[in-house]
Ligand binder design. Structure first.
Ligand code: KG4
Ligand code: ZN
Length: 339
């Protein structure tokens, strides 16, 4: 089965073609960084308009790269939520309409299920069951994964998502949007011994997270210490160390509670080298294994949507002739496959 995947939940337009037999045939991504940079963050209306401009050219590009005609496709998968509702509706309308004209089924994909299954696109993918740490700009989730659509959310952020905390802290350090990767780069020049930020909620039982206090900590430190370049780098380092440490502590706790031996880290912050290094060490100590997508499939992309959609389409799931999208959509609401 060959599926066209469409991702438009936020500020990247991602298209891809996944073949259940041959694997990923083509993928293309357009980042809207240049569109939003001057505003210091994503402007939803501009995001929607830019998706409209890019979808058709990118769809043609992946078809060309895969050497396929549109009649070679067996289905269309589009991100239907969670995300920016206008941006989602652009992808949903485009995907649903394409499927209708081509006479093939369409399937609505949950963006976080896309992230969760992205490591399956790599060689030597994880077997079920596993623990998944999903860290993106909008969500921080610890999920016990028994199979596709068999998800139990063990913990989540009560306020800012990890990526959001990275972006906000980056902004107050004067770094350009999108701040996460910029902050990570700056942290590499920081002295790890100068400041120590708190590890939020690790002293309490449970697996939920809270990251909004860290940016305030960063702001106060900046105000108290002056804002020379080295201080900024030291703050970035202290912030990143606190986030990475907190995530690792909660992962270890969740692994102990569930007895799972495989850990998946995915979502935009999954591209963070310090985080991956730390989780790699954690899993090595425990005699388990860490799995993660290649960095370009940690951040938003069409490949993960084409893949997740291909599994659901192959299991017979598809959408009625309706265009629908959901800004909010709990992961646990998804139907299990093969139940
Ligand atoms: O998954 P994603 O591409 O989009 C959402 O679903 O939100 O995640 C984007 C988030 C942004 O907050 C971005 O700053 C962050 O992931 N991010 C990073 C890194 N690369 C992306 N944060 C820290 N270190 C990175 N290397
Ligand atoms: Zn995402």
């Amino acid at each position: 089965m060959r599926v066209l995947g469409i991702e438009t939940s936020c500020d990247e337009t991602g298209l891809a073609i996944y073949d259940s037999g041959a694997g990923l045939l083509a993928h293309a991504l357009h980042s809207q960084v240049a569109v939003h940079a001057e505003y210091g963050g994503v402007v939803p209306e501009l995001a929607s308009r830019d998706h409209i401009r890019k979808l058709l050219p990118l769809a043609n590009r992946v078809l060309g790269e895969a050497g396929l005609a549109k009649t070679d496709l067996d289905g269309v998968a589009f991100t239907a939520g969670p995300g920016l509702i206008g941006a989602l509706l652009v992808g949903a309308a485009f995907g649903r309409a394409l499927a209708w004209t081509w006479g093939v089924p369409a399937v609505a994909v949950h963006h976080m299920e896309g992230h969760l299954l992205a490591p399956m696109l790599e060689e030597d993918p994880p077997a079920f069951p596993f623990l998944a740490l999903l860290v993106s700009g909008g969500h921080t989730l610890l999920v016990e994964v028994a199979g596709v659509g068999r998800y139990r959310v063990l913990g989540e952020s009560l306020d800012d998502a990890v990526g959001e905390a990275f972006d906000k802290t980056a902004k107050l350090l004067g770094l350009p949007y999108p701040g996460g990767p910029e902050l990570a780069r700056l942290a590499e020049q920081g002295d790890p011994g100068r400041f120590r930020f708190p590890r939020p909620m690790v002293d309490r039982p449970g697996l939920d997270f809270s990251f909004s206090g860290l940016k305030t900590f960063a702001l106060n430190t900046l105000a108290a210490e002056g804002d020379d370049d080295q201080t900024r780098a030291d703050i970035a380092r202290a912030f990143q160390d606190a986030v990475v440490d907190t995530l690792a502590i909660k992962c270890r706790r969740a692994l102990e509670q569930t007895g799972l031996e495989r850990l998946v880290v995915a979502g935009g912050v999954g591209a963070n080298r310090a985080l991956r290094g730390r989780l790699l060490t954690l899993m090595a100590e425990r005699g388990g294994r860490l799995y993660h997508p290649r960095p370009e499939f940690c951040t938003d992309n069409g490949a993960m949507i084409a893949y997740a959609g291909s599994l659901r389409l192959a299991a017979g799931q598809h959408e009625p002739l309706l265009i629908s999208a959901r800004a909010r959509w709990p992961l646990e609401d998804l139907p299990p496959l093969g139940a």
